[in-house]
Write a protein that binds this ligand. Structure first.
Ligand code: HEC
Ligand code: HEC
Length: 346
């Protein structure tokens, strides 16, 4: 329970001054809710779309595949190795390690709510979660398979997967394919929604956020963070340059510079462009940025203000913004908080 605000006293008619202060605060709270509803939206129940529908059978199969390391080249790599439930779908490393401890080029973002985004990966080089999951099978520092034949042969040899694939793809004569691996894991990811107090606030429950969290939301809007971090994910809708006002590495201390999207498109205009990440659960998913160069959320907020906006928020404002970002943390979905039993070999 949060303590009752002083405004409860006005009904007793204790003080005209207090009453006026409360009226002002109520008007500010109304305006904050109005602005927030213009910029953000509450999370949906799941992230299925018309093109990517989900069924319970698809989700059950996808959940088993997500946690199963047997389809990687060295038998140690599942999605959950780098997207760990206890770490809110990240791995708490600056950069992930895959098969044979191979180092990834970038930091692992969370898989929670990720299907909301317009593209996947830091530079958006994966169309959607299905595309991402299929290609992970061949990632040199991920599953490390030389071709799709190898992991598909392994899947076919695990007897326990046969009925799961048949149930998930009832119309397919040969359901075990790389595309269907992606379809099933994608369907599972589309259920990984973590509603938070911020969603309750957007639905009209004003006291779902504390005074500091509301002040932080106000600062997040007024400082200009919302020009990039907006929508249902509080980000995830566009590419922007990292380092608008100043080179990003001056604020992050990054040892190497990553040219971002230009590495994919070979277009110099895309240099240092990255996808604006979603900020849902961001308090739980440090270290921060594409290279995990910044450990604390407070330092990440200061770096963003400096290099994206040329702003230097006060200590109080930074604290409030961090408090607001904390209100974007929701409980882990039940089907992510526990690992499933893996299908038997025979
Ligand atoms: C070895 C560690 C590792 C494994 C295994 C792994 N990932 Fe990732 N994942 C990463 C890294 C690192 C990134 C960021 C890559 C990039 O942007 O260049 C990432 C990005 C993603 C993204 C995009 C998130 C976003 O916000 O853009 C999704 C979704 C995802 N992984 C899901 C999966 C699934 C599903 C699997 C299993 C099929 C998987 N990952 C296996 C490390 C891993
Ligand atoms: C001009 C667009 C833009 C503005 C304005 C902006 N951001 Fe960002 N933000 C980004 C991009 C792009 C990234 C990804 C940077 C990278 O490559 O690591 C990012 C990353 C972040 C991260 C790290 C997320 C993670 O998972 O590692 C946080 C936290 C963040 N922003 C908070 C803020 C705050 C707070 C503000 C306002 C002070 C703000 N941003 C303003 C575009 C922006």
């Amino acid at each position: 329970m949060r303590p009752l605000s002083g405004c409860g006293a006005i009904v007793l008619g204790l003080s005209v001054g207090l009453g006026l202060a409360c009226a002002t605060r109520a008007a500010e709270d109304d305006a904050l809710l109005r602005d927030a509803r213009r910029l953000f939206a509450p999370l949906p129940k799941d992230m299925a779309t018309a093109e990517r529908p989900i069924t319970p059978a698809l989700v059950e199969l996808g959940r088993a595949l997500f946690f199963d390391p047997r389809m990687s080249v060295d038998g140690t790599v599942s999605c959950a190795r780098c997207h760990q439930p206890a770490l809110y779908g990240g791995d708490a490393l600056a950069k992930s390690h895959g098969n044979h401890d191979r180092l990834n080029a970038r930091n692992a973002p969370t898989v929670l709510n990720t299907a909301l985004q317009f593209k996947q990966h830091w530079t958006g080089n994966r169309e959607d979660v299905e595309d991402q999951a299929t290609k992970a099978l061949l990632g040199a520092a991920s599953y490390g398979n030389p071709s799709y034949d190898v992991p598909m042969a392994r899947l076919k040899a695990i007897a326990g997967y046969q009925p799961l694939f048949r149930a998930a793809f009832p119309d397919a004569s040969n359901p075990i394919t790389p595309e269907n691996w992606g379809r099933a894991i994608g369907a599972y990811e589309r259920t990984l929604v973590s509603r938070s107090r911020f969603d309750e606030f957007l639905e009209g429950k004003r006291d779902a956020l504390s005074a500091s969290e509301r002040a932080g939301l106000r600062a997040f809007i007024d400082t200009g963070c919302v020009t990039c971090h907006n929508g249902v994910g509080v980000g995830g809708g566009e590419f922007k340059k990292f380092g608008v006002v100043e080179d990003y590495w001056k604020a992050t201390g990054s040892q190497e510079t990553d040219e971002g999207r230009a590495l994919d498109t070979k277009n110099p205009e895309d240099k240092f462009f990255f996808k604006v990440p979603i900020l849902r659960n961001v308090a739980m998913t440090g270290p921060y940025f594409h290279d995990g160069s910044v450990i604390t959320l407070e330092a990440a907020v200061r770096a963003m203000a400096r290099v994206q906006l040329g702003a230097a928020p006060s200590d109080r404002e930074v604290q409030d913004i961090v408090a607001f970002l904390g209100s974007l943390t929701g409980p882990l979905p039940d089907n992510f908080a526990t690992a499933p039993a893996l299908p038997a070999e025979r």
